[in-house]
Design a protein around this ligand. Structure first.
Ligand SMILES: *Cc1c(COP(=O)(O)O)cnc(C)c1O
Length: 396
């Protein structure tokens, strides 16, 4: 009998009861706006910021409306101006170059390696073209962060980390987002905490934090923050920093606080599933796994593998045959972007020169989400299906 998988690759777990209860309490209070607090009350958003700062060991944290908003705010807060060049990964998702475009800056794309991380040699070669690197830990893959920070220091690059896929992970036991001067996270439904939309920005730099708070739309109410710098940091910048509203609200914060308490447990559950997939796909001829370095603390919320050097038409056949058996693989090598698979050369607002190494990797790159509604047994079945179909096409 041919096995089929019937789960949904886009179905996340329900919001926990504690989060639903907290959301109901906010709704009943009517005080959804973060600065609408009763005397002596700390709003859910301010408390969440304090808790997230503690989670990653940052001095300051700002909760915002989306991960993309956090990125654009970080760029503005470190001083990126219209026309500036910003280095970023050639392999990432559209909100990353989008945030650079949002501030009128121009992305300079850096190659990706077969490890799906930024190519440090290409970064070194391009480092003098910009003052800022917006580093994306795309699909949860961290490069050697110690080596990257050494290159950044040598070239005077300010590093902003996009941790949309690495919240809860790290490198050499430093939480993801804590190597660069700013770390940005998303709490959109498909990431590691789910408030529908939302994001965080963390930093230890008081000036950057103060600017980010003003940018997000704090008016002169910044003293109601619990994870922002003191009033002295706002003295000057409160007159100079535009309000570009993108605050988080208390309803979303209430949904996130109970989830944050369980992040570590969720990371373990993701990794259990990831390792079942990895074990199930070892030793398949023609299929290259992405080996994860010892120093990386992973969050296996998605899974990637490579069919390097395969004909496009054969890769398509694998995708089709897997889809017929209920396994939804996304291919980053298609001529036309679909769903979230746009590539550096799909972003025509940002000029780019061809990157042959990146093209070769993306031409063989297959990707899938691993929602926690999948059991480890589901993951074993998915691996058996991929294994069988890749083998069939490879031999055929
Ligand atoms: C989702 C995502 C973002 C931005 O998140 P939003 O909250 O959807 O704006 C940024 N970078 C990457 C790599 C993402 O996947």
């Amino acid at each position: 009998m041919t096995e089929r998988f019937t789960g949904s690759f886009t179905q996340q777990e329900p919001i926990p009861d504690a989060a639903i209860d907290a959301a109901m309490a906010v709704l009943k209070s009517g005080r959804l706006h973060r600065y609408n607090t009763a005397p002596g009350e700390h709003g859910e958003t301010a408390l969440l910021e304090q808790e997230f700062a503690a989670e990653v060991g940052a001095k300051y944290c700002l909760a915002v409306a989306s991960g993309g908003y956090a990125l654009a705010t970080a760029l503005r807060a470190v001083g990126v101006a219209p026309g500036d060049a910003v280095l970023t990964n050639a392999f990432t998702l559209a909100p990353v170059p989008g945030s650079i475009a949002a501030v009128g800056a121009v992305p300079v794309f850096v190659d990706v390696t077969e490890a799906l991380t930024i190519d440090l040699a290409d970064l070194e070669a391009k480092a003098d073209q910009a003052k800022v690197l917006l580093l994306s830990h795309m699909r949860g893959h961290s490069c050697d962060m110690d080596a990257l920070m050494e290159i950044a220091a040598r070239h005077g690059l300010t590093v902003i980390e996009d941790c949309a896929h690495t919240m809860g992970g790290g490198w050499n036991n430093v939480p993801s987002g804590r190597h660069g001067v700013v770390g940005c996270y998303s709490t959109q439904t498909y990431k590691h905490l789910n408030s529908g939309e939302g994001g965080f920005l963390v930093t230890d730099d008081a000036q950057i934090a103060a600017r980010a708070v003003m940018l997000s739309g704090s008016y002169m109410l910044f003293e109601r923050h619990l994870a922002a710098p003191g009033p002295e940091a706002f003295e000057q910048i409160r007159y100079e920093t535009p309000n570009i509203s993108g605050r988080m609200d208390n309803l979303r914060a209430a949904i996130l606080r109970p989830q944050l308490q369980h992040l570590k447990k969720q990371v373990d559950r993701w990794n259990e599933r990831y390792h079942v997939l990895e074990d199930g796909l070892r030793g398949v001829p023609g299929l290259t796994l992405v080996e994860r370095p010892e120093a990386e603390q992973i969050v296996g919320s998605s899974f990637q593998f490579l069919l390097l050097g395969w004909d496009a038409q054969k890769v398509q056949e694998v995708v089709r045959r897997c889809a017929d058996r209920g396994v939804e693989l996304k291919w980053f090598g298609a001529a036309e972007p679909v769903a979230f698979t746009s590539r550096y050369d799909s972003w025509r607002y940002a000029p780019s020169t061809p990157l042959p190494q990146t093209d070769r990797v993306l031409a063989g790159l297959l990707d899938m989400r691993v929602p926690l509604t999948f059991s480890p047994d589901d993951c074993a079945l998915i691996a058996r299906i991929i294994r069988a179909e890749v083998s069939a096409v490879y031999q055929g």
